[in-house]
Every structure is written in C-alpha cells, then in structure tokens.
Write a protein of this length. Structure first.
Length: 471
C-alpha cells in the first residue's frame, strides 16, 4: 500500500512518491532530526514475506553501507516500519542515464566522462569485493550538476572477503540461473556462470556503446535472440550516430565487450585510466579543430586570392599541354591474422622485414617479426615488451611494459641489437641498455621470468638477457 504525504517512518516524514520498482517504492522525505531531504526506499510488507525479495533488499542495504564513494549512492540509515523494512539514502535531483539517452547519442566528451565516473565507482565496489551484476542505464543517475551515481545494488554479490567492514552476503545462485538484465549481461551471466568484476566491465561496455551510438549493442526482437547475440555476435561498428569517434575510444569499447573475460580490461580502475587518456586525446583534438577553424576565418581573403592564382596557373598548364601523371590506388596486404591489439610496427632497414609489438588472444604484449608477404609472424620471446623504433642494427623497446592506456606502455627503455652472435641453434645473448638517462647508480638485481634470466650488474649500465629468439 502506497504511503501518503505526512506519514512518518521513525524520524522521516514522507512528502511525495519518487518512483517504484521490483525492489520497492521510493519516496521523498524529510529527516526531522537534521532537517534535510532524503530518499526512503520501502519494501512493502506483502513483499517482505517473500524471502528472495527481502534478501535482495538487505543485500542492497549492506552493499551500499560498505561503500563510500562520490559515484555511488550514499546510504544514511535503515529501519523497519510496520514489518516493512526501509532504506534511507541521499535524495538525488536529476535524471537517469536512460532518460538522458532518450534523446539519442551523447557528445563524445560527455560519454567519456560518464564512463570514467562509472568505472571509478565500480572500482571502489570491486575493491570491497562487491560485484554489481545489474549495471544498466536505468541504474545510473545523472544529477543536475553533472555528477554520476550508481544505483540499485539489489543483485550485488560479494566475491571475496573484505577486511574493511563489508558484510554483504552473496545472493545464492544455482548453476544455470541467470541474474541481470537482458541486453546488458555479460556472456558468463547469460550462461549462468559465476560473475566477477569483469562482468561489470562488460556491462559498462554496453553502456559506453549506447552512449556513443544511440543504439543498444545487443538488441533483438526477443530475449532469447538478444542473449544469443551476446554470446556469439559482435555489435555493429561505431559510429552509428554519424558523430566522429576516435580510434582509441572505439578500441576501449571493443575491449570491454570481448566475449572472454581474460580479453577484457582486468579491472575497472584500468578502464578508468584508459578513458581518462581518451578524454585527453579528445580534448586536444577538439582544441586543434577550433584553432584551425579560427585561422581559416582570419585567412579567408588570402585563401580566395590563392584559389584565383592557382586557377590561372592550372589554365596556363593546360594551354601548354601539361598533364598530371595518373595517381594509382594503394594496395593493402594483411600481415597478421590473430585477434588482439597491435601497439606499434616498423620496417627494418632491408625494407622487407617488419617488427611489431602486439597482444594476441589475451596474452601479454610482446615483439614479433614477419616478412612482407610471409605466411606467419615469429615471436622474439621478449614478453611484456613493446617496440619504439628500428635502426639498421638495433631495436628500441620498452622492457617490463605495463599497459595503462590502450597502446601506451609504461616500462624501461631498452636497446636490442638486431645482429647478434648465436649460441647453438636458437639461443643467443643480448645486451640491453636500460634505466634513466641521468642515473648514475645501477642496482644489483637479478630475477628469472619464465625462461628468461635478467641481471643488473652494479658497475655497468647494461642489462643482460639470455633468451631464445624466434628469428
């Protein structure tokens, strides 16, 4: 039964209804103790008798109470009124992301900022071991001043114990039971498999896609067809809205929507870093375009004059019988056939050999070599390394690459000679110059990573790599 204006739930006085859903009714109320406006979510007594709904309501209360982040709805209090449990939270003014998307695709910069804020909120939840499992535009709220809030943790799941007070109990999930909203679930949720933080990343990928294109990534006529598309199909290429989208942004979205969890971003915080990088690229591009437009306006008259002069020159050339040479179309040949991301590629001095760094099939980034027209690429066994440049005798690489942004590695600069002495059939020794260019101290350190031995002698600014190279 709906509550009327003036009804009191403890110290909270109901003012007006805000909305209703499967998990209860939400009201605008006044906290008579602190004289502030709050939102009160009430689970009707009739629904409180249903064990599953009551458990989900309690799960949401515990999940939100365990979190304290500006991009997650803040909870103030919980209580019971006439056997009906209620939850008190901050009262938000604005609209859901679903309402904002009713007007179509969002501007690129706004979509990136929303995505970054959602990723940061998810990262805070994941740090406490809490997975949302029902992320969708209806559960993302945009306040009037542009702040993003994640709502509705009713399906939240605690994936790991927390040492900081999180006491969320996992919603029991039997094998094969599907939890979530069709169209925004990850492939593993569709199959009824356990969901972890990477499932939320997939759901955020569907939201990013919708914000950029104005269309849902996996929308079909029936729920069954939609779930099949999530499992087996790729969404249409971006952009669908006609608005320009940077290649870096498209790569971020595609990586979120990978079918296999291992091929997605492994944490929401990494995704937030990448979106922050994309935001910087977008801002720079916009500023460049604006400056270019201003220059064009200032130089309008000289441009017209230049066109007239060029016309006269072209006419004179035609009169003299000069003809331009025909322009041939470029020919393209596919050199790689794996699924993943190519970070960089360079031609060697011979003009035929190509070195490139790539992360294939969810594996760590490493350096490969191939020959133009050749059937396959060969790894150089320099794992967690990416390519910077190639000379006639050396490769400049990044050693210990950590992928913080798409295609950008944070590591140590290294130098690998191309022509080196072989030992046996496939084993050879390389010397890499590493470290900061102004550093005068070189620590003594050694470690073994897979089949590669790394050593840092104190007296020489070199790193020795004794490894197998597939060249």
């Amino acid at each position: 039964m709906a509550l009327t204006s003036g009804t009191k739930l403890g110290p909270y006085e109901i003012q007006s209804p805000l909305g209703a859903g499967g998990m209860g009714e939400v009201y605008r109320a006044r906290d008579t103790r602190l004289d502030r406006i709050v939102a009160v979510k009430v689970l009707p007594a009739s629904l409180a008798q249903e064990a599953d709904r009551l458990r989900r309501f309690e799960t949401e209360a515990r999940a939100i109470a365990a979190l304290n982040h500006p991009n997650i709805l803040a909870i103030h209090d919980i209580g019971t009124h006439e056997r009906a449990p209620y939850l008190v939270s901050e009262c938000l003014e604005g609209e859901t992301l679903r309402q904002e998307l009713s007007g179509g695709a969002l501007p690129l910069r706004r979509a990136v900022e929303y995505g970054k804020d959602i990723a940061e909120g998810l990262a805070a939840a994941h740090d406490k071991g809490i997975v949302h499992r029902d992320l969708k535009p209806e559960n993302v709220f945009i306040t009037r001043d542009g702040r993003v809030k994640i709502l509705d943790f009713g399906l939240a799941k605690l994936t790991q114990p927390s040492n900081e007070g999180a006491t969320v109990e996992a919603v029991p999930t039997s094998a094969g039971v599907v939890l979530g909203t069709v169209g925004y679930m990850s492939p593993e949720q569709v199959k009824g498999e356990p969901a972890d933080a990477r499932s939320d990343i997939f759901s955020l990928g569907t939201i990013l896609y919708e914000m950029l294109s104005g269309q849902r990534a996996f929308r079909r006529d029936t729920s069954a067809e939609t779930m099949t598309a999530i499992l087996k199909e790729e969404p249409p290429e971006l952009p669908l809205s006609g608005k320009p989208i940077s290649l870096a942004m498209e790569r971020v979205v595609r990586r979120c929507l990978e079918k296999k969890p291992l091929q997605r971003f492994q944490s929401a915080r990494d995704l937030a870093f990448n979106l922050e990088g994309v935001s910087g690229i977008s801002s720079t591009s916009a500023a460049t375009a604006l400056a270019s437009s201003a220059k064009q306006k200032v130089r309008l008259v000289p441009t017209v004059a230049s066109v007239v002069v060029l016309g006269l020159i072209a006419g004179a050339s035609w009169l003299l019988g000069r003809r331009a040479a025909p322009v041939s179309s470029p020919a393209y040949h596919q050199l790689t056939f794996e699924r993943g991301l190519v970070y960089a590629a360079r031609f060697a001095a011979d003009g035929r050999t190509i070195y490139y760094s790539a992360s294939w099939n969810g594996q760590p980034v490493q350096i490969y070599s191939t020959i133009a027209g050749g059937p396959e690429s060969r790894p150089l066994n320099l794992v967690n390394s990416t390519l910077f440049a190639v000379s006639s005798s050396d490769l400049a690489i990044s050693v210990g690459c950590r992928d913080r942004y798409i295609g950008i590695c944070v590591g140590t600069l290294g130098q690998v000679p191309v022509g080196v002495e072989r030992r046996g059939k496939s084993r050879q020794t390389l010397w890499l110059r590493i470290g900061h260019p102004t550093s005068k101290q070189w620590p003594s350190f050694s470690a073994r990573l897979e089949s590669t031995t790394w050593s840092f002698p104190v007296e020489l600014p070199f790193m020795k790599v004794d490894t197998h190279l597939g060249i």
